[in-house]
Write a protein that binds this ligand. Structure first.
Ligand SMILES: [Zn+2]
Length: 167
């Protein structure tokens, strides 16, 4: 069973854990994968064995480009997780990937959650985070073979209306 350490926390991924094992194996090869339903063909980013749209339990891993748009975000100012204390404040972003934007309907899409980091893989500054900004996946390589997909801002025009929380 693969076992990793990330920011002082132990992460164990069971060999039988099809939900995450393939995801992190692909990440170690710097590939971002999501689940593809073998019945309706739609992609999904959230964990879970069943297709949220047709309830099928049949799926396979599907590689995606890793480019998308910030759909929503949250700034973590105070974390209860000790290993993230020196990271705060940091952004958690919900990214809508380009492969399936606006499908199966205008309110839904292929979305995954990660942190937003800068070019040094440190948390992106809060003033730079906004809904609508374009991002791409960035792979944060740990020392023991554990790789975590994150997102980074890219120099592309925003998609739709840019929105940012004003403090
Ligand atoms: Zn389906």
């Amino acid at each position: 069973m693969p076992s990793y350490e990330y920011r002082g926390q132990q992460i164990n991924i069971s060999d039988a854990d099809t939900e995450y094992k393939g995801y992190f194996e692909a990440a170690a090869e710097h590939r971002l994968v999501v689940k593809k339903c073998l019945d309706c063909g739609l992609l999904r980013g959230e964990p879970g064995p069943g297709c949220p749209w047709c309830t099928s339990l049949q799926w396979e891993w599907n590689q995606v480009s890793g480019k998308g748009t910030i759909y929503s975000y949250q700034i973590v100012a105070h974390t209860v997780v000790p290993s993230f204390r020196d990271w705060a404040p940091f952004a958690i972003v919900l990214v809508e990937l380009d492969e399936q934007s606006g499908q199966p309907d205008q309110y839904d899409g292929l979305r995954i959650t990660a942190n937003l980091v800068d070019e040094n893989m440190e948390p992106e500054k809060e003033e730079n985070v906004a809904i609508g900004k374009r991002v791409e996946v960035a792979f944060l390589d740990g020392e023991d073979g554990f790789t975590l997909p994150q997102f980074r801002l890219i120099d592309e025009p925003p998609k739709g209306t840019v929105w940012q929380h004003q403090v």
